[in-house]
Ligand binder design. Sequence first.
Ligand code: GLC
Ligand code: GLC
Length: 811
Amino acid sequence: MKYGYFDDANREYVITTPRTPLPWINYLGSMEFFGLFSNTAGGYDFYKDAKLLRLTRYRYNNSPYDCGGRYYYIKDGDTVWNPGWQPVQTELDAYTCRHGMGYSVITGKKNDLEAELLAFVPISDNCEINRIKLTNLSSSKKEIDLFSYIEFCLWNAEDDSTNFQRNFSTGEVEVIGSTIYHKTEYRERRRHYAIYTVNKEVAGFDTSRDEFVGLYNGARNPQVVAEGKSHNSECHGWAPIGSHHLKVSLEPGASETFVFLLGYVENPKDQKFEAPNVVNKKPAIEMMSKYDTDAKVDKAFDDLKVYWDELLSKYTVNSEDEKLNRLVNIWNQYQCMITFNMSRSASYFESGMGRGMGFRDSCQDLLGFVHLVPERARERIIDIANTQFENGSTYHQYQPLTKRGNAAIGGGFNDDPLWLIACVCAYLRETGDFSILDEKCAFDNDESKATPLLDHLDRSFTYIATNLGPHALPLIGRADWNDCLNLNCFSEEPGESFQITGPSEGPVAESVFIAGLFVKYGKEYASLLSRIGKEDRAKEVTAEVDKMVAAVEDKGWDGEWFVRAYDAYSNPVGSKVCEEGQIYIEPQGMCVMAGIGVENGKAEKALKSVEEKLDTKFGITLLQPAYTKYHVELGEITSYPPGYKENAGIFCHNNPWIACAETVVGHGNRAFEVFKKTCPIYLEEISEIHRTEPYVYCQMVAGCDAPTFGEGKNSWLTGTAAWTFTAMSQYILGIQPTFDGLMVNPCIPSDNKGYKIKRTYRGCDYDIEIKNPNGVEKGVASMTVDGQAVDGNIIPIAKDKKQVSVVVTMG
Ligand code: GLC
Ligand code: GLC
């Protein structure tokens, strides 16, 4: 069953009922100010950091799910309704929600009145614009009352939802004309405030929640709306809100628009006040004046469209598969940009109060957006590198506002350092900007210890190479990519963190996955070193990589697949000898991607085992058989009921690893099949089962052991976005950036007769046509560049050209 449809020409998903199985959301904002926006106008806004600088409140895990948002109440005679249905839930005569690139439009109709709500964050301003257009479609005049409503968060979202003994006394506002200034804590240590304004004269306002909503009513039936008149309340403590009352009189056929703006404003420390305890409003007034007419809003909205047109022109595919085009050209790259901005911090499932930016997460996300925003990727790399420790290990997370590592979690997740090599190499292959390697980066944010980025990469590599266990495989530490494989933690107390209990460094437990990662990115590191003339170091690195390959083939091979790990007693994990959890997905994907066993058949065998033992109709499960009891020596992974999350769920992030691995051994048919199974666009028809948004990936789909097999969870913020884009754009469609130019190396289904790619790369536009006349899965028979035959499959860097045409014939 579908709840809407794709409108590709406008790059929108159009939701046709507010009753989606879960809130189906969108993200507004591209730089520093962000809003989450659901199909019923729910969600929240923040500046830079969803924990520390939250503008509006949101109640997670509520019933109904989606409580809190920017709500507009329309009182038309006796009928009260919202354009997005919530929170009043008056049945609408018509409803659509269009989620587009950085904006959403909700249109509701009731009793011949149409309300269109356009929401977006201008490209480079710290505010969310909500433009409401009311149109009288009836044949008689309408007198309407329009009420707005948002609830302010007292900035620190965690404190806001816990520290009530203080927070019920701190709330403060000022109201001038149509503008509400939320200035809680401004009198002392803050120099920022929020504004909520509308570009028309108001009939009244409210800033006290209890006054507006009424003590016993709730947002579904606010007191003020029922009475049809604002109380002009000024809040002192308790819960500050922003509400405007507008009186609208519409002749038949007439429309009127209202521009609401929710903004974040900062003042210099010495210019905080214009009078004792009165905030300096200058920057707020400037911001408001930029959006106080329809024409100005139209212009800002056009700018946003141009921004996305430009971004999404950098890699496009034109194939016969409409769903594939839609995924690659629109939604997958869009989701990659969202993970760039959010990492795993703020969604409807990530509260934004927890982990900030993950080290490995951010490094992997970069693989999906480096071609879109290379300059910003460069900054991101440096921010990440600054949180490395001197010994090469890294903080596991950092806070986006302060950019400092999270001491509460610390380090000891031993895959983390290698992802730095992965993302720096991806950046270099994309841009050729080797100067980044000389960029000085701090250790643990201590600038006095800064060394060039290249040295950071070397420390990453060395940290793994010198922390090996009894089988000469890398020590796992607290966990590796699989955060829930906690082989050194032995947690038995409820409430303890599974991950950071116990010693961070067990001297025994090892990870075959990290070994595969080390081989893959060790090889890349060696080729980088050769490329910059450091042959001696390249040889040493290669020697370490070769040793690791030998260790994996020897102790990391179980006969038909790669072992997952060795636990703290040196017992294998993910082996036939185990009672549960005999085979895991991660080492099969990563070791084959690293090229291990490709020549001796182990790679093919491992992938065959994945197909036979882990595959389902909704994707590949993380492991089998699912753990049915808690194994204290394995940790959190065995805490989940069978089929959920890391315990045999279909963890979407590592399905594309298998797709990539299949292309390494030349299986284009299978690679595409793996891709399709978890791709939300191909699952749109079963949205009632899958439940999450059909336009973006979710983190996890319940596996075959779960009673809710096929149900998606935790949409939006997942490494699946970046890895699917990598798998599809580079490994399947086969346009691979190298240090020295684009390589064309497709691996596709045999019935794919060809496709075209447009790719902007180092300042030049490449038009690449792939032909597959003989229906092969892999292999390039010939290539011409601007009509000239070229040997091999690397397109030489176009030095003085802006446009290059390439024709590739497979065979
Ligand atoms: C979550 C984490 C990610 C981890 C994965 C598997 O998505 O953000 O870092 O790799 O779970 O445990
Ligand atoms: C939990 C989740 C895992 C996530 C981790 C982040 O362990 O199962 O997916 O990566 O939390 O801390």
